[in-house]
Each structure stands twice: as C-alpha cells, then as structure tokens.
Design a protein around this ligand. Sequence first.
Ligand code: TUI
Length: 315
Amino acid sequence: MIHTRVCEILDIRYPILQGGMAWVATAELAAAVSNAGGLGIIGAGNAPGEVVEKEIIKARQLTGKPFGVNVMLLSPFVDQVMEVIIKHRVSVVTTGAGNPGKYIGDLKRISAKIIPVVPSVALAKRMQAMGVDALIAEGTEAGGHIGELTTMCLLPQVADAVEIPVIAAGGIADGRGLVAALALGAQGAQIGTRFVCSEECTVHQNYKNALINAKDRDAIVSGRSTGHPVRCLKNKLTREFEALEKAGMSLEEMEKLGAGKLREAVVEGNIATGSVMAGQITGMIKDIKTVDSIIEQLLKEAQEVLGKTNRILGR
Ligand code: TUI
C-alpha cells in the first residue's frame, strides 16, 4: 500500500489529489474522488462566491470525507471565494495562478491545510517560509494555465529545496506516473485530465470524447506571448489565437477572445470554438471509467511497477 505524509496531513487513504479544474471539478467529481480514498477538489475558477458556496454545500451532502477547494488567484472573485471557504471551514485549500500569501493568515485561523501550486523553486521556498502545509509542483505538461518547467525537472528541484511534502502534477495519469513522481521526491500526485474522463465528471460528453480521441501532440499551448500560457486541445479557437498572436494582438484583446470559452466547451460541448483544456497525457487516455476504478487501477499498476523495479534490482 502506498501511504505517505500527504495521507496523514490530509486525512486521506491514498496520496492522490484530483486537480481543481475550473468548470470541470464540480462537487460531484470532488465527492467521488474523496469517497474513493483520494482528495477531491472543487475548482472555483472564475466563479463568484455564491456559486462556489453551493458546490461546497453539495459536496458535503455527497461525502463525509475531506475535500478541498482550489482558488484560482487570477479570478476577479478571489476575495468572495476565500470568504465562503472560511465561512464553511473547508479543510484543504489549493491555489493556482499566483501567490496566495495575503490569504494564508485567514486560512490558518480556520486550520485549513494550504497547498499552493508552484511553478518554480523560488516560489516554493517563499511559500514554505510563509507556513504553507505542502506544495504542488506542477509541470508544463499539465492542462490549463501552465508554468515553464517540466514535471521531470521542476519536481526534484522543488523537493530538494523544501522540507514540507511536495505533490507532483502535470503528466500523471497512471501507476507509472505515480511511481515516477514518488521516485523524483514527491509524496503524492495530483491528477486532472484522467479524472475528466470519468463517469462522475459532469463535463459535456463531447469534451470527454475530444480527450479520448486526442493524440500525443494535440494538447498545445496558446498565449505564451501574453504571459498567461494555456494548454488546450488544438482546434479552431487555438488556430485563431495563433494567428492573432502572430499579428501582435494585445493581452487585453486576447483575454476578451478567451472569455467564456472554457464554459462553452465544458457546458455546451462546443469543442471546435471552445477552450478544451487538457494536459499532454491526454493522448494516453482511451476510456471513460468510474473514479473508483481509475484509482484502483492506478494503484494496482503502481504496485506492479514497484515489483518490476525490485526484480530488475534483483530483490
Ligand atoms: O492554475 C492552474 N491551472 C489553471 S487555472 C485555469 S482558469 C484560467 N482560465 C483562463 C486563463 C487563465 C486561467 C485553468 N488552468 N494551475 C496551477 C498553476 N499555477 N499553474 C501555474 C501556476 C502559477 C503561476 C505563477 C502559480 C504561481 C505563480 O506565481 C507567480 C508569482 O506571483 O510569483
């Protein structure tokens, strides 16, 4: 059985976190992951406080296990979302797309575990000094808003630089990925794209099918020049972005074009003109299964990989 400090800190059975994906990580998905022994996470994304509050209440009805909320720090509603998290005493808060420093004091007062995503060693050290409980080192293989470094390079450097537990993210969808993450110094893995292709995930069927049909090089990056690169499946929208980026479109104009596009893909199933955020590992995902069976198979594979490694080593 794979059991780490992350299991202890978060009071979960397996060191598997579900990515707090905007629009995608609803109460239904989060509760399913928590019920299966991992940590489910509601993605607040750009939603107002009242919407996040409803999801928290729904998740509490669907599971008695701990779950988290991911706060997307670029959202205009961050303060409202934090207020709701504090009101409902959410036990785990992950953050993305920025520095959560100014919220740490308030979150500590409700004894929430704080786990920021860090794309660099410098931010990892700063976050440890501010008293966070663990870190998520997310490589550029991930879907959505991404950093520069790969999981393979970021993770061991972050793990060497801090004492608090590090959770790997970006490019992990099976047992091999989990074992690789542990080998590189992680004490757990955060998984996003694989859980999108689960029965409990509420995204439009077209979105799931797009991920299943995607090949290894289909999850590409748009908007590098804007300073907010985003990884999505190649489609009409990404081609439009590419043309406009080449033409020197401003950040404001790019943001205007991108507004509402994730919802369009996730809710309406418009995968040609919507933003189909997905990680590079999407090429490996070929089926839709229950969250339970995804986790069960992942752990079985991880045990097999560890057994194989031991045989190679003659143990
Ligand atoms: O946040 C994510 N992934 C996301 S957020 C999102 S919603 C969105 N939609 C449209 C445009 C932008 C966002 C979709 N996917 N992952 C975690 C993550 N955090 N990746 C990178 C970072 C990050 C970047 C810079 C974390 C901290 C950071 O700090 C900069 C600083 O202030 O030092």
